[in-house]
Design a protein around this ligand. Structure first.
Ligand code: ADP
Length: 482
């Protein structure tokens, strides 16, 4: 069953239930009001009669005084022996109205109202005990036919049923029409989703017709956002595969060429073997970087949680980095505070090494690279600042993406060129430590990479000996820096 039909049925059923309850309330209220009116008339008539009523010798009920009585009220006067001593003169001798209107209350000692059936006619009967000198001499029973009220009530029921039926019908029809109009955009969503599947075109979006604030508008916005994300993901995936293909091609071509050369020459050639070795190393590094990145992105990279003295780690990297910078770039230490971090020492060292190696790599001769570390509230802040080539502002938002190299012609294909994975790995390692990394840069002026990490808390474990082991991967080799 369609959503439209279900919604319509649901709302119509709710409306029907409300109308039934409303009808019952109206019916009950009107019945009570009408009955009270009859009771009031009976009471008033009884009050008027009690003073002027007499019974003649034939037992007929006569009035000693003229009073204007409601002609629809039947009045009977019964003595204490149960004999009818007075009744309206208009009542025929064989009429059932000469029998007690309310036989059960003939000996009543209190005034009482009751609904009864006389013959086939419903009556409302009011019994008033007649007492003189403290002694009961009989009762007066006044009855008023409820036939008109019954008729009114039956009419009311009929009207309520017919009007409710019409209301439900109209509501149902409106429900269907409104439902159709409201759900038209959903049809558009479905149609576009199908078109996207059929045409395999993730760039399509659903136009928002209704205001974006309503539910369907929100659904369309969410759908379009999801499509946007999917499109981006697929594009990244495609670019990733293309990049890997590209990265693999160069070393494989070199290896192939060198193998062919040796085969032609018919002997091992030391230089060819060295080239092959370099390329195999490069491939191994690429595979390792990719594995680390895949693990880091999915949060599955094994990550220790021990206290790390960041200042000691930084100085360690600083000393190692001298091999990379040589005399070409001046390596300086800025402000270094004592800072404790909770995390994986090897991974953090990998990040610092990568940032320092990059800074040296992308800084021209005579430039300066400055490393500093300080506390910033609850966080540690360390930065690597260089006076190098800088990164164009268009590239800045992308430097942490996989395989991203800001100036491809500058590094790609050169001996020792990076894969553009180092910063992605750094980004994920820092993220997995609950920190953030950012970069500020100006072309030809230099770049500053800043990392914020939460300070170690008391529950952070002491460092273990395994924290002191060296990284399996050397982030950069001196000869790789041009
Ligand atoms: P790579 O191995 O190519 O250096 P990274 O992920 O470490 O890969 O860096 C990505 C790109 O960001 C680099 O190719 C380079 O273009 C740019 N980059 C990184 N660090 C710096 C820096 N300190 N100065 C200028 N450019 C940088």
């Amino acid at each position: 069953m369609s959503l439209r039909a279900r919604l319509t049925i649901f709302y119509t059923a709710v409306l029907a239930a409300v109308l039934v309850l409303f009808g019952l309330a109206v019916y009950g209220l009107i019945s009570v009001v009408l009955l009270r009116q009859v009771d009031t008339t009976l009471e008033r008539t009884a009050r008027d009669l009690i003073f002027v009523a007499r019974v003649d010798d034939e037992g007929n009920f006569i009035l000693s005084q003229r009073v204007s009585l409601d002609s629809s009220v039947i009045t009977q006067i019964w003595d204490s022996e149960g004999h009818l001593v007075g009744v309206n003169p208009s009542v025929e001798p064989d009429s059932p109205l000469r029998s007690p209107l309310d036989p059960e209350n003939l000996t009543a000692t209190d005034e009482v109202f009751r609904s009864v059936t006389v013959g086939e006619t419903p009556y409302r009967v009011y019994t008033v005990p007649l007492i003189t000198g403290g002694e009961s001499i009989g009762v007066m029973q006044l009855g008023s036919s409820l036939r008109i009220i019954e008729g009114l009530r039956a009419d009311l029921v009929r009207y309520l049923i017919v009007l409710s039926g019409i209301a439900i019908l109209i509501a149902g029809m409106f429900g269907l029409v409104i439902g159709r109009r409201a759900l038209v955009p959903l049809g558009a969503v479905t149609e576009t989703a199908l078109q996207i599947t059929r045409a395999d075109d993730l760039s399509r979006r659903i136009p928002i017709q209704a205001g974006p604030e309503d539910e369907v508008g929100k659904l369309i916005t969410a759908f379009n956002d999801t499509m946007g994300r999917l499109e981006k993901l697929f594009a990244t995936q495609r670019r990733f595969v293309a990049d890997i293909g590209h990265e693999l091609r160069t070393p494989l071509t070199v290896i192939r060429g060198n193998v062919d050369l040796m085969r032609r020459v018919g002997a091992d050639d030391e230089q060819s073997l060295h080239s092959i070795e370099l390329e195999v190393d490069r491939l191994a590094r690429l595979v390792e970087d990719l594995l680390i990145l895949a693990q880091a992105e999915s949060g599955k990279l094994p990550m220790g949680r021990h206290r790390v003295e960041m200042d000691t780690l930084l100085l360690e990297v600083f000393n190692q980095a001298h091999v990379l910078s040589g005399d070409r770039v001046s390596l300086e230490i800025g402000k270094i505070d004592q800072v404790l971090i909770c995390g994986d020492r090897d991974r953090l060292k990998q990040v610092v090494l990568n940032l320092v190696a990059n800074a040296i790599k992308y800084t021209g001769d005579g430039g300066t690279v400055t490393v500093s570390l300080s506390k910033d509230g609850e966080r540690a802040k360390f930065s690597v600042k260089d006076t190098g080539v800088g990164i164009p502002s268009d590239d800045l938002p992308h430097v942490f993406e996989r395989f991203y190299r800001s100036d491809k012609s500058r590094t790609r294909g050169k001996d020792g060129a990076g894969f553009g994975l180092g910063l992605s790995i750094a980004y994920w390692i820092i993220r997995n430590h609950g920190g953030t990394i950012e970069v500020k840069s100006k072309v030809n002026k230099g770049s500053t990479f800043t990392v914020w990490l939460p300070l170690a808390t008391k529950d952070c474990a002491e460092p273990t000996t395994s924290d002191l082991r060296e990284l399996p991967r050397a982030v950069a080799q001196p000869e790789r820096i041009s």
